[in-house]
Design a protein around this ligand. Sequence first.
Ligand code: GDP
Ligand code: MN
Length: 377
Amino acid sequence: MKLYEYEARNLFREQGIPVPEFRVVSTAEEALKAAEEIGGRLVVKAQVLVAGRGKAGGVKLAENPEEAYRYAKQMLGSEIKGELVKKVLISKAVDIDRELYLSIIVDRSIGAPVILSSPEGGVDIEELARSKPEKILKIFVDPVVGIREYHAREAARFLDLDEQTLKKAQQIVIDLYKVFEKYSCELAEINPLALTPEGSLVAIDAKIILDDNALYKYPEFSGEYVRDLSYYEAEAKKMNFSYVELDGNIGILCNGAGLTMATMDSVYILGGKPANFLDIGGGARADLVERAVSLLLKHPRTEVLFINILGGITRCDEVARGIVEAIKKTGVAKKMVVRLKGTNEEEGRRILEENGIYVLEEMDEAARKAVQLGGAI
Ligand code: GDP
Ligand code: MN
């Protein structure tokens, strides 16, 4: 999941990476106020996730707060490469001597983080990799050992800086790696890292992509952070589950389309809001159930998991084994309501209760419990 620039800037700032003073606003009036508060020359930046924002008119330099206001007014509500601009960032403009590049990415081919460093930042890195590959230095980091001083020194040296600035660059490499590690990033990028005429280094752009598989570890990202949940849809599709993303907090897992819809209804009627629903179909064995339950346990917005199974060709004991296994494997403890009825119901109940999961028999009762745990009643 990509973070917006202002979100990435916040994580950088938190870690001590120098970032220009900025505010994020969603109306032109707020933009004017923010611009006046910051004062002087400003940069107005559309908060969109598409690449090549600057070239598409999403980054404008303003000589004064009034001009910044006009740019913000133009940008808000417009589209940049098809993406609606809902927020803009008003940032203090930085004087730039040179634009540098620094990033940490996961190299999947070797399963390790790589530091990328280039003295020619500002441009698209893929383009640079094609035209001047010798201008990009790659440094592999052992993920178990983590970053070492010599990694940072090597990366900083490649930026072609004087001795004093080199030290600052080294610290930025280390801090960028810390952010990368702390938030399980796939990418943490500063492009450009601006070198000012006074010899300061400032991250004037910030890009972070979080690893979707690790999102469940960061509940703080579940609010406004979670918007691109296509990962869950994609994973469910791979396993041939019917899965639909909704916007509540109760995850719903059932077998069969009819039961799924009835379960949704019973939750809605009581005032609850499903976060999603997943239909495991007929006859799912424990391993498949485990994958389905794991997916919903990891889903960041799912606070309560409501599992409603009517055993026919689906066996309740297999379902129970899958649930227990999913909790063990993910290590995620969420509130859970399980209703099991039908084939091998007794055995299923025994397995779950041995593992501390209480099983309900009636659907209405179970729906009420799930909605209660979800906080709606
Ligand atoms: P991107 O196009 O989405 O990558 O947006 P960036 O934030 O990287 O901005 C694009 C370009 O605008 C940068 O490479 C700079 O050349 C320029 N720019 C952005 N912020 C500033 C600033 O504060 N001062 C100056 N002088 N140029 C800036
Ligand atoms: Mn950029």
